[in-house]
Design a protein around this ligand. Structure first.
Ligand SMILES: Cc1cc2nc3c(=O)[nH]c(=O)nc-3n(C[C@H](O)[C@H](O)[C@H](O)COP(=O)(O)OP(=O)(O)OC[C@H]3O[C@@H](n4cnc5c(N)ncnc54)[C@H](O)[C@@H]3O)c2cc1C
Ligand SMILES: NC(=O)C1=CN([C@@H]2O[C@H](COP(=O)(O)OP(=O)(O)OC[C@H]3O[C@@H](n4cnc5c(N)ncnc54)[C@H](OP(=O)(O)O)[C@@H]3O)[C@@H](O)[C@H]2O)C=CC1
Ligand SMILES: CC(C)=CCC[C@@H](C)[C@H]1CC[C@@]2(C)C3=C(CC[C@]12C)[C@@]1(C)CC[C@H](O)C(C)(C)[C@@H]1CC3
Length: 508
C-alpha cells in the first residue's frame, strides 16, 4: 500500500466519521457567506424593482436557446442547466452531462396581485424567498413546502406537500397558470380554462413537456402566528385514529401533521392561523438557540397535550434547521445547547454546499445504509403501510402529512377515481435490520414500492425510484402525458419522464 492511498483512506475515514469537522469549520461559514450574497442580491433587485422589466428579456433568451438547439439539428434532447448539486433532489441527475443544457436564470418574484389574490413568480424563486416577501404583507401561498431552498419550478414539475395540504392538495393544486417555452420555441400560458390538457399534464412531468418560465400561484390572507396544538398518542391505533380524524376536519384545522417516534408513540399536531398570542405562550422556534423542532415535539410525549404560538414564517420553515432529522447524522451534537448558542446562528449547512462537497464514499454510504423516501398512500391504508415500513426498516421519526387528492386528469389519481384523503409518509434515516442480517437498499426499497403500489399509492420522485419502466407506468397514469408528448413534439426535445427520475436511468 503506497503513501497516497494511506492518506486517501485516512481522509475518507475522517470525512465519513467526522464529517462535522469539515461541516462546522468550512461549510457553515461558507453557507453563511452564500446566504449573505443571495440576500444582498435579492435586496438590490427588490430596491431597484427591476425584475418584472427583465422577465420578458430573460424568457426571450430561453426561447433563443431552444431555437439554437433546433438549428443545431436536435441531436440530443434538452434539460435545464441547473447543476445537480444546487437542487434539493437526492438523486443525481447524471443525464445532464449528455443532454443539451438550457440556462434558465429566472429567480424573481414578479407581481403580487392582492385583488386577484395571486402571486406571479419565476421558477427559481425559493420557498424562503416567498415567505420572506409575502408574510410581512399579510399574505401567504396556501402550501409552503417547508425547506427554504425548494423552488417553485421543482415543486411544479415534481410535487410539493405541506401540513395545509389536507385542505389545498399538492403544490400543483394551488397553481393558477403556467408560462412555458415549448419544444418549438414558442411561449404559451396555460390554465385550467385556457388549455386544460397542458395544464394538467405539467405537474410530475419533470421538465419533459417544456421549460417553465413563470407561474401564477394563489395567495391567501395570513396571520402573524400559528397556534399549534400537540396531541400525544401512545399506540399506533390511537395515532392513526387521531391523525385521520383531525385531517378530515378541514374547517377546524388550518394545519395537520404527525410525527411517529416509535411504533407506538406519536405526536399529532393541529394548527390554526392566529393574529394574537396568549401571554407566555410564544415559542420562537426559528431562533438560533432553539432546539430542533422534532426534538421539541417529542417532549409532548412526556408533558402531555398542550398548545403554543409560533410566528408564521418560523412555523412554515420549522423543519429547515435540522433538515427534518437528517442533520443529526452530519453534526451529531448540533442540538446540544452549547453548540446552539455558539454556532446555531449559522445552521443549517446549505444543502447545495453539502452536496457539492460530498465524496464518493459518503454517496455510497447514503445509497447503501440510508433510506430517504416519501410514500403517498390513501389514508385508509396508513396503518397497514406503517406496519410494513416498521417490519422493513424501523426508521423513526416518521413524518405524516395528510393531503387531499382531487380526481383531476394527469399523472396521479386517487384509487377510487374520486377525491380522496391521502397521506405522505416520510421515512428518512438509517434502517435497523434484525441482527445477523444485512440491509439491502435495492431489495427493501423495491418491496416497499410494491406494497405502496398495491394500495394505490405513489412515491415522490426527488429520491431514488427502483421501478422498472412498466411498473412506473402502472404507478403513474401516462395517458394525458403521452398525448401531450405527441402533440407538442416532445420526443426529440426532452427525455421521457422515466429516463429522468428512475435510479437506473439517472445513474449512467
Ligand atoms: C445572513 C442572512 C441569512 C439569511 N438567510 C435566509 C434564508 O435562509 N432564507 C430566507 O428566505 N431568507 C434569508 N435571509 C433573508 C431574511 O431573513 C429575510 O429577508 C427577512 O426575514 C425579511 O426581512 P425584511 O423585512 O428586512 O426584508 P425586505 O427588505 O422587506 O425583503 C423581503 C425579502 O423578500 C425577497 N424579495 C422580495 N421581493 C422580491 C423579488 N421581486 N425578487 C426576489 N426576491 C424578493 C428578498 O429575499 C428579500 O430579502 C437571510 C438574511 C441574512 C442577512
Ligand atoms: N415538502 C415537499 O414537498 C418536498 C419536496 N421535495 C422535492 O424536491 C424537488 C424540488 O427540488 P428543487 O431543487 O426545487 O428542484 P429540482 O431542480 O430538483 O427540479 C426538479 C425537476 O423539475 C424540473 N424543473 C425545474 N425547473 C424547471 C423549469 N423551469 N422548466 C422545466 N423543468 C424544470 C427539473 O428538470 P431538469 O432535470 O431539466 O433540471 C427536474 O426534473 C421536487 O421533486 C419535490 O418533490 C423535496 C423535499 C420536500
Ligand atoms: C416531502 C418531504 C417533506 C421531503 C423531505 C425530504 C428531506 C428529508 C430531504 C430533501 C433533501 C434531502 C434529500 C437531502 C439530504 C437528506 C434528506 C433531505 C433533506 C442530505 C442532506 C443527506 C446527506 C447527503 O450527503 C446530502 C447532503 C447529499 C443530502 C442533500 C439532500
Amino acid at each position: 500500500m503506497g503513501f497516497p492511498s494511506v492518506v486517501d483512506r485516512v481522509i475518507e475515514y475522517i470525512l465519513i466519521n467526522y464529517r462535522w469537522v469539515f461541516v462546522c469549520f468550512f461549510l457553515l461559514p461558507a453557507s453563511l457567506l452564500y446566504e449573505i450574497y443571495n440576500y444582498g442580491r435579492n435586496w438590490i433587485i427588490v430596491k431597484l424593482n427591476s425584475a418584472p422589466k427583465l422577465h420578458h428579456r430573460k424568457v426571450q433568451n430561453v426561447q433563443k436557446q431552444v431555437q439554437n438547439w433546433r438549428a443545431s439539428g436536435m441531436t440530443v434532447p434538452m434539460c435545464t442547466s441547473r447543476p445537480g448539486w444546487q437542487t434539493m433532489s437526492l438523486s443525481k441527475p447524471k443525464y445532464k452531462k449528455k443532454l443539451w443544457n438550457i440556462d434558465i436564470n429566472l429567480i424573481d418574484i414578479l407581481e403580487i396581485d392582492v385583488e386577484k389574490q395571486t402571486v406571479r413568480v419565476e421558477p427559481l424563486v425559493t420557498m424562503g424567498q416567498l415567505t420572506a416577501t409575502l408574510d410581512p404583507l399579510g399574505w401567504t401561498i396556501p402550501i409552503v413546502p417547508e425547506l427554504d431552498d425548494l423552488t417553485v419550478g421543482g415543486l411544479i414539475m415534481g410535487t410539493g406537500v405541506e401540513s395545509s395540504s389536507h385542505i389545498y392538495g399538492l403544490f400543483q393544486h394551488i397553481c393558477v397558470s403556467y408560462e412555458l417555452v415549448l419544444a418549438d420555441g414558442s411561449l404559451v400560458t396555460c390554465s385550467k380554462e385556457s388549455d386544460p390538457d397542458l395544464f394538467y399534464a405539467v405537474p410530475w412531468s419533470y421538465g419533459t413537456l417544456g421549460f417553465l418560465t413563470a407561474a401564477v400561484i394563489r395567495i391567501i390572507p395570513a396571520q402573524k402566528y400559528v397556534k399549534l396544538n400537540y396531541h400525544p398518542a401512545y399506540s399506533l391505533d390511537d395515532a392513526v385514529k387521531v391523525f385521520e380524524e383531525q385531517s378530515m376536519k378541514k374547517d377546524e384545522n388550518d394545519f395537520v401533521e404527525g410525527l411517529l417516534f416509535s411504533a407506538d408513540q406519536a405526536v399529532i399536531m393541529t394548527g390554526n392561523f392566529s393574529s394574537t398570542c396568549e401571554p407566555g405562550k410564544l415559542n420562537e422556534i426559528g431562533k438560533w438557540y432553539k432546539p430542533w423542532f422534532f426534538t421539541h415535539v417529542r417532549k409532548a410525549l412526556e408533558e402531555g397535550p398542550g398548545h403554543e404560538y409560533i410566528p408564521l414564517r418560523e412555523y412554515y420553515h420549522r423543519h429547515t434547521k435540522p433538515l427534518f432529522w437528517e442533520v443529526e447524522n452530519i453534526i451529531p451534537f448540533g442540538n446540544n445547547i452549547i453548540f446552539r448558542y455558539l454556532l446555531g446562528w449559522m445552521m443549517p449547512p446549505k444543502v447545495s454546499l453539502l452536496k457539492v462537497t460530498e465524496t464518493k464514499a459518503i454517496t455510497n454510504l447514503y445509497e447503501n445504509n440510508h433510506i430517504i423516501q416519501d410514500w403517498l398512500v390513501p389514508v385508509k391504508s396508513l396503518k397497514e403501510s406503517l406496519l410494513n415500513f416498521h417490519d422493513a426498516v424501523q426508521v423513526y421519526p416518521v413524518w405524516l402529512c395528510p393531503f387531499n387528492l382531487p380526481n383531476d386528469p394527469g399523472m396521479v389519481h386517487p384509487v377510487g377515481e374520486r377525491e380522496e384523503l391521502y397521506v405522505d409518509i416520510g421515512v428518512y434515516g438509517v434502517p435497523k435490520v434484525p441482527e445477523g442480517t444485512k440491509y439491502h437498499a435495492v431489495n427493501t426499497t423495491r418491496n416497499l414500492e410494491d406494497l405502496v403500489a398495491k394500495v394505490g399509492g405513489f412515491q415522490m420522485l426527488y429520491a431514488d425510484s427502483y421501478r422498472t419502466k412498466e411498473e412506473f407506468r402502472q404507478m403513474f397514469d401516462h395517458r394525458l402525458y403521452d398525448k401531450m408528448r405527441d402533440q407538442l413534439e416532445c420526443k426529440k426535445a426532452f427525455p421521457d419522464v422515466y429516463d429522468k427520475v428512475s435510479k437506473q436511468a439517472r445513474s449512467h
